[in-house]
Design a protein around this ligand. Structure first.
Ligand SMILES: NC(=O)c1ccc[n+]([C@@H]2O[C@H](COP(=O)([O-])OP(=O)(O)OC[C@H]3O[C@@H](n4cnc5c(N)ncnc54)[C@H](O)[C@@H]3O)[C@@H](O)[C@H]2O)c1
Ligand SMILES: N[C@@H](CCC=O)C(=O)O
Length: 566
């Protein structure tokens, strides 16, 4: 029986607030709650994670492990990797579930995601935060921002944005007719491929297409399997029907290749490295003749983000924001600071000394010890790659001002590192490092480069401000985030204009990380992605295919035009 629509529902309050972030300060109830969740998880691990297809667990017996990066001898979970038959039934099941899901009245789909938001910020909050701390190496503050606040905001604001999207209707009707637009889900299934570094992105990549009526095959990151499995369970408990989101962890190249070679592949919703995204784009192009339609390709990728510190900037704020931007979550945010351009007068009149003395205070270690500002990097390949970048910088004549070492005996720990380089063309000036390394490049009036990379400090002569902005614009293929620190409004305006295409998210006197859903729509251009802006209404347009409907209320009386009549 079809569902009658007997009212127009207002599904969200007129202005949904962001989820209130908990502090986990010593002595608080929330600190105790989180400590208890961590202790319980430590006792019960490793968890067994199956694939979930059509609502049922599939145990393929092909096992892989998710290590704990701060204690790599232990594993948070052992998961069953999807094999070819599992991926095939996930796709078939998603296609079969599509008609009923898309036909579900909007207020019911909305209610499911609003309930999921409540489960994230309520019943399962500590569990999700604990899983993100143990599995992805975030400290309590960073895990809270991600797994509790951002994830629930994605779902809550997602409902608000879709409500606004559906309300967009043609502004005009000719006499005797009515024009309407319906926002259909895409024909086929959507493939979501998510990264390790944000639990929230794990939920958002399948969540965005699903809210607007698509069905989704979701391949999570191997390094975030357990927290992402919890999200799957939350969505199921909230009422997402079996088959609408298929959870298929597995060997990434195989699972993804199988999905994108299917004739009903309708869209890729990807977040991860630029290299993999470009590869997938080419693979999709090569498969084009197999598809029923033109697949949508949505990808948010890497960054090489900058801070510009003008001579009028307030030093203390600029230094502290620089440390947070470069080193929080060990520099493993796509938005993390990696190039720092400092006025030469500020550098020598306190910036450098304060930067180095504050970095020296950073405590690094297991996220379970709440006193640690930094934790481990995600795994062995990341550790080796970051240490390799530091070595390359040294080989090219870079001077390590602080840090530069690591310890992988128990966990993958790398000291916060600031490097001074003399090579503006060095690989670390342009490549994403994704680790806790800042490189400094000193730039003097003859444009003689004196400094280097990862969180790069580039010290420019005060007279060369505009020239330096041009250099920033041209140095890297990425254009994700950037910050300008200045009290002088003209300096802000000049940078805003010169760097218009150098970053999709720009900040004034604020670090280049920490975009909030509903406040700063997030995404970049150039090699950083398709800039469809997660956390805003724009992203939802990519997963609908509008249909225009015109209804005529009055019949024609003659096929001839008035001009035909003599
Ligand atoms: N711009 C953004 O919004 C944003 C947000 C978060 C992360 N990132 C970027 O993500 C990267 C870090 O995340 P990561 O290490 O998980 O990225 P990654 O590219 O290694 O992996 C991303 C996803 O792709 C899958 N994958 C890996 N190799 C594949 C292959 N050959 N074929 C198909 N799929 C494959 C992974 O399993 C994972 O699910 C960084 O580059 C970071 O800048 C960007
Ligand atoms: N929302 C994050 C970006 C996610 C990338 O890893 C930020 O702005 O720091």
């Amino acid at each position: 029986m079809s569902t009658p629509q007997l009212a127009t529902f207002k599904v969200t309050p007129s202005h949904p607030g962001s989820c209130r972030q908990r502090t986990y300060a010593a002595g608080t109830v929330e600190r105790k709650g989180l400590e208890a969740a961590l202790a319980q998880m430590q006792q019960e691990l490793p968890f067994e994670v199956p694939c979930i297809v059509n609502g049922s667990p599939i145990k393929t017996g092909k096992l892989a492990k998710q290590p704990i990066p701060s204690d790599h001898a232990r594993h948070l979970c052992i998961y069953h990797e999807a094999d070819e038959a599992t991926v095939a039934s996930a796709i078939d099941g998603a296609l079969a579930a599509k008609a009923e899901w898309e036909a579900m009245p909007w207020n019911d789909r909305a209610a499911i995601f609003l309930r999921a938001a409540e489960l994230v910020s309520g019943k399962y909050r500590y569990k999700l935060v604990a899983a993100t701390m143990l599995g992805q190496g975030k400290n309590a503050w960073q895990a809270e921002i991600d797994a509790a606040a951002e994830l629930s905001d994605f779902f809550r604001f997602g409902v608000k944005y879709v409500e606004e999207l559906y309300a967009q209707q043609p502004p005009k009707n000719a006499a005797g007719s009515w024009n309407r637009v319906e926002y259909r889900a895409l024909e086929g299934f959507v493939l979501a491929v998510s990264p390790f570094n944000f639990t929230a992105i794990g939920g958002n990549l399948p969540g965005v297409p699903a809210i607007v009526g698509n069905t989704v095959v979701w391949k999570p990151s191997p390094a975030a399997t357990y927290s992402n499995y919890l999200i799957y369970q939350i969505l199921a408990e909230a009422g997402v029907p079996a088959g609408v989101i298929q959870f298929v962890p597995g060997p990434p190249p195989e699972v993804v290749a199988q999905a994108i070679s299917h004739p009903n592949f309708a869209a890729l919703h990807f977040t991860g490295s630029t290299f993999i995204f470009k590869k997938l784009w080419k693979d999709i192009a090569a498969n084009l003749n197999k598809y029923k339609g033109y697949p949508r390709i949505v990808g948010e990728t890497g960054g090489k983000n900058f801070h510009v510190i003008h001579k009028s900037a307030e030093i203390r704020n600029a230094v502290l924001q620089t440390i947070r931007g470069g080193f929080e979550y060990q520099g493993q945010k796509c938005s993390a600071l990696s190039r720092l351009y400092v006025s030469s007068s500020l550098w020598s009149s306190g910036f450098k000394d304060l930067l180095l003395s504050e970095v020296a205070k950073i405590k690094i270690g297991s996220p379970s010890d709440f006193g640690n500002f930094m934790g481990p990097v995600i795994g062995r390949p990341a550790y080796d790659k970051i240490i390799g970048f530091i070595q390359k910088a040294k080989d090219a004549g870079g001077e390590v001002l602080i840090g530069g070492t690591g310890d992988d005996s128990k966990g993958y720990f790398i000291q916060p590192t600031v490097i001074l380089t003399r090579d503006p063309e060095s690989v670390t000036m342009t490549e994403e490092i994704f680790g806790p390394v800042i490189t400094v490049m000193v730039f003097r009036s003859q444009m003689r480069p004196d400094v280097l990379t990862t969180f790069q400090v580039y010290m420019y002569d005060d007279a060369n401000y505009e020239q330096t902005l041009e250099l920033i614009d041209n140095t890297s293929p990425y254009a994700l985030t950037g910050s300008i620190f200045a009290a002088d409004r003209k300096a802000l305006l000049t940078a805003t204009n010169k760097l218009r295409n150098a970053a999709g998210n720009v900040y004034y006197n604020e670090k280049c990380t920490g975009a909030v859903v509903g406040q700063q729509p997030f995404g970049g251009g150039r090699a950083s992605g398709t800039n469809d802006k997660a956390g805003s209404i724009s992203i939802f347009y990519r997963f609908v295919s509008a249909r225009s409907i015109k209804e005529n209320f009055v019949g024609l009386e003659d096929f001839q035009y008035p001009s035909n009549l003599i």
